[in-house]
Design a binder for this molecule. Structure first.
Ligand code: H2B
Length: 101
């Protein structure tokens, strides 16, 4: 998947396809905070997301506090946003949507 940075219109378009993700100041990252019913659910999400990150060879910056997971996605090598960030964001949202099913 392309590791070239997306321009403003492409970022707006990609962001519109997601729910709950926001553009960080400077437009070099997207952020979202997930909240779960328990630490166990939060950590289960992180475990699944870690496997998705490995598959994509693209990794999140994240912070966990009890049932909360704050995620920041950016492509370090490109110093900005690429398709990979949006692919990982979608994979993370899909993991949450598949919960309990
Ligand atoms: N993750 C993120 N977020 N940005 C990168 O530039 C990046 C990565 N590079 N995961 C990958 C790994 C690179 O180091 C490996 C060698 O493909």
């Amino acid at each position: 998947m392309a590791r070239n940075t997306l321009d403003g219109p492409a970022i707006t378009e990609a962001l519109a396809l997601l729910e709950g993700w926001a553009l960080e100041h400077g437009a070099t990252a997207i952020v979202k905070t997930y909240k779960f019913a328990s630490f166990s659910e939060a950590f289960g999400f992180m475990t699944r997301a870690a496997l998705a990150a490995e598959t994509l060879d693209h990794h999140p910056e994240w912070f966990n506090s009890y049932n909360k997971v704050e995620v920041r996605l950016s492509t370090h090598s490109a110093r900005g946003l690429t398709q990979l960030d949006f692919a990982l964001a979608k994979a993370m949202d899909d993991i949450v949507d598949r919960r309990d099913s």
